[in-house]
Design a protein around this ligand. Sequence first.
Ligand code: SME
Length: 152
Amino acid sequence: MADRLAHSAKNAGELMSSLVNLLHEHMLKYNWVGFYMIEKPLTAAEPPMLVLSAFEGAMTPHTRIPLNQGICGAAASSGKTVVVDDVSSDSRYLACSIETKSEIVVPIYVHAEVVGELDIDSHFPAAFGCEDRELVEHCSLLVGKYLEQTPE
Ligand code: SME
């Protein structure tokens, strides 16, 4: 299903919106699903930022996240998937909703460089097991490959 979206999308924005919609609609424990993309600063003095892109779920106060903050920043700066089973016990966590109990963040690579990430929050503790991780990593890979083939 996700692969089909990658074939039919007219641009990366449409692909990201449809993936967010698919995951939010069909995965019952995925209560907030969104992409953050890295905005490169105009001057060297400014830090790069993760900027909220397509998302579904409650509006978050975290629309711009520096790479050294939050679970989102940790995933983007390490380039590795971060799974947090209990956000209340992780000091990096930036609260989005008091209902959120667990979170997964998967980086998106384009030509071996992190360009953004797919972030999912759940109202259930430890909602993201091996199969979820594989699914979310696959979706991130689809976006990375799409961006590699069709730079915008
Ligand atoms: N919880 C994230 C912030 C983004 S909201 O979950 C949508 C973090 O700790 O980086």
